[in-house]
Design a protein around this ligand. Sequence first.
Ligand code: PMV
Length: 324
Amino acid sequence: MRVREAVAAAHPNIALVKYWGNRDPALRIPSNGSISLTLAGLKTQMRVGFDPDLERDRLLINQVPAEAAALQRVSRQLDLIRNEAAVRAPAIVHSDTDFPMAAGLASSAAAFAALTLAGCAAAGLKLGRAELSALARRGSGSAARSIFGGYVELVAGADAATSVARPLAEAEHWLLIDLIVLIDPNPKPTGSTDGHSSAQTSPLQAARVADAPRRLQACREAVLARDFERLAEVVEQDSDMLHAVMMTSSPALHYWQPSSLAIMSMVRSLRRAGVAACYTVDAGPNVHCLCLPEAEPRLREGLEQLSPDLWILRAEPGPGAWLV
Ligand code: PMV
């Protein structure tokens, strides 16, 4: 029997209002809604081939056979697709990523968005974007957002089918630049799946979740009105609230490093001086510095002054996952 193959690619995304903690960990139903920007400039491509001659699933990441834990996570996602499509064959998956993985750059968002799209296409499943988003969410919450391009909201719905992402504004709606400063490109010590499960141990998580509708509303309005000052306020506050929860969880998660903090302070003083830039940090030490295009030279200058040999990636609003 012939191999059924498909290739898809996706960009990661940076959350402007972040998701942290699951109301239902098995189904990955998020505790709070989130809003992100899909990032062109960084990309993961997935080739999925269902092959009845294989004994079990295989996964190669950048051409190297993956460790058992990564393979298991991919197999679980393939199982969901196989169940829906009544396919039984194991699959060989080639994952190719052009940015450092597991370093807090949402590599799982791009990976599970691309895997879900390629897997469904290879299995002959014809799903709409909302259904693809719900399925991608099962692999990684943030992957639900990378199915769409531009500015995207993941709704914390009542159940698995309604916890899906939806577009808030097209990529072309507002050109923001993301300068991502890689403080440490190595895999982070605590991945987000473990982090989500410890969120509830922080006494601050309940307050963070209860306040989420306010931050989401402020973020939606700021994006739709292209109001950078308003966006900067909510984005930095949301990032700081996330890290307050992380730092006060058991075990405590301290992702910031001294250089992360130095960059955040520099960005804040630039903004006080009228430069349209703000920061946000995910589950890792790397700092995303968002800015308007006209502020990019001043922001780069500020980063250069902190340290001339910083490793900086550049991204801008891009499209949702696509078949290659
Ligand atoms: O999708 P996950 O399980 O990798 O979780 C993402 C968590 C954050 O990046 C910290 C926040 C977010 O909304 O992307």
